[in-house]
Design a protein around this ligand. Structure first.
Ligand code: ATP
Ligand code: MG
Length: 391
């Protein structure tokens, strides 16, 4: 039988000039981590492709999902490895077609799509298509349909071998995590910030997640949900640390000392100060939030400016121009929506005023904050912060 594995293609990292080797090695490491206990083999790299050996067929679906979800992967094929000998190549194509058509519950038409990266191969791609197509047709009786085949069998002639696959799965795209440095993501148990976090992971950022919980004024439900979200987004890499800050007493302090309509903004400004200290310690270069312009009262341009005014590092908002429906669809595809819609107390709704300020000014919030001992509050928050294990 044929050796089998996932043949992984990447796209954007192929374009990165002198960084290319570094990005590729990073993707190899990430795939090795993602594949974890699901493969007994080692990920290898050759001719602008990566190969993840399949050693346990029972783990195949889980392996495909993990690999496809790894940022940097453009698409993958569930591939059989054959030699470059014509008969071997043709038998691999027949086998791949049979396995895929069984998986789909049948197929009536097929096409062969060959390409050669090894230019020393004697047959042209066209010749391979015709020869292997004729063989598969004779063996199966299926019709060739080049326009809209039920199954396309792809043959890639690479260096010494041929990789043959009939099942192609689209990947996450983007850049390998670890290629773009570290960010601190302000992660609530809501719908938006998990999507924002994922978008940064997809651009190659490693994430330290920081969650402010309402504890001790609320229970710890949101903390468990956020830990679950981190695992769903990539507990095998990507989000590699979760810091939980019990924030309820500090919110209470703000609620008692400050104008009610500014509460949410003052919570946010304190969150940014605390998160920035955590970021400094973790070597992160930016904060990330799940805000989208105008979605709620605190996300007007004026209020965003008021929160940004306390930040010393960039606050990235990858969802700023997205509609709620688009964000929900992405959360559903990621698997975080189900977690975010479970009931929990959100710390921001603690001591919520009836009419929050929608167009605050920096002078107004600074005046609202004068009675707070901010330095002590930040150090209280840091003293209470706990790092949660994600494994
Ligand atoms: P989300 O769905 O991400 O909670 P939201 O639409 O509820 O967002 P807000 O409650 O205004 O919006 O929060 C805006 C952003 O502030 C969030 O996306 C998140 O990045 C950050 N944030 C809010 N609450 C918390 C929290 N408890 N812990 C950490 N970050 C938070
Ligand atoms: Mg929220």
């Amino acid at each position: 039988m044929f050796e089998r594995g996932l043949l992984v293609h990447y796209h954007e990292i192929g374009l990165k000039g002198k960084n290319r080797g570094r990005f590729e090695r990073q993707l190899v490491r990430n795939l090795q981590t993602a594949a974890g206990g699901l493969t007994g083999g080692t990920v290898s790299r050759f001719a602008s492709r990566l190969f993840v050996p399949i050693t346990d067929e029972d783990a195949l679906e889980a392996l495909i999902e993990r690999v496809a979800r790894t940022p940097g992967v453009s698409y993958l094929g569930d591939a059989y490895v054959a030699s470059r000998l014509p008969d071997d190549m043709a038998r691999a194509a027949l086998h791949a077609l049979r396995v895929e058509s069984e998986r789909r519950g049948g197929a009536a038409t097929f096409a062969i799509d060959a390409r050669r990266s090894a230019t020393d191969h004697p047959e042209s791609s066209m010749e391979i298509n015709r020869r292997v197509g004729a063989y598969v047709q004779a063996e199966t009786g299926l019709a060739v349909n080049l326009g809209a085949p039920d199954v396309t069998v792809r043959i890639e002639v690479v260096q010494g071998d041929t990789y043959v696959y009939a099942r192609r799965v689209e990947g996450a795209g983007g850049l390998p995590i670890g290629a773009s440095g570290r960010v601190v993501s302000l992660l609530s148990a809501g719908i938006d910030s998990p999507v924002a976090t994922w978008r940064m992971m997809k651009r190659g950022a490693t994430v330290t997640a920081v969650h402010f919980s309402g504890r001790p004024q609320t229970d710890a439900a949101s903390e468990h949900l956020v830990a679950d979200i981190c695992r769903t987004l990539g507990g095998w890499g990507g989000v590699d640390a979760l810091v939980v800050v019990p924030f309820g007493d500090l919110q209470r302090e703000i609620a008692l000392a400050c104008p009610p309509d500014l509460r949410v903004l003052l919570y946010r400004r304190l969150m940014v100060r605390v998160a920035e200290t955590i970021a400094g310690r973790a070597g992160a270069r930016a904060l990330v939030t799940g805000e989208s312009l105008g979605q709620v009262a605190s996300q007007t341009l004026d209020n965003i400016a008021v929160v940004d005014a306390v930040a010393n590092m960039p606050v990235l908002r990858p969802l700023i121009g997205m509609d709620k429906q688009e964000i929900i669809a992405e959360a559903q595809a990621l698997g975080t929506y189900e977690i975010s819609t479970q009931s929990h107390d959100d710390c921001c709704t603690l001591f919520m005023p009836r009419t929050p300020e929608t167009h605050a000014t920096v002078a107004q919030v600074e005046a609202g904050e004068v009675d707070l001992d901010l330095e002590r509050m930040v150090s209280d928050a840091l003293a209470l912060a706990e790092t949660v294990g994600l494994k």
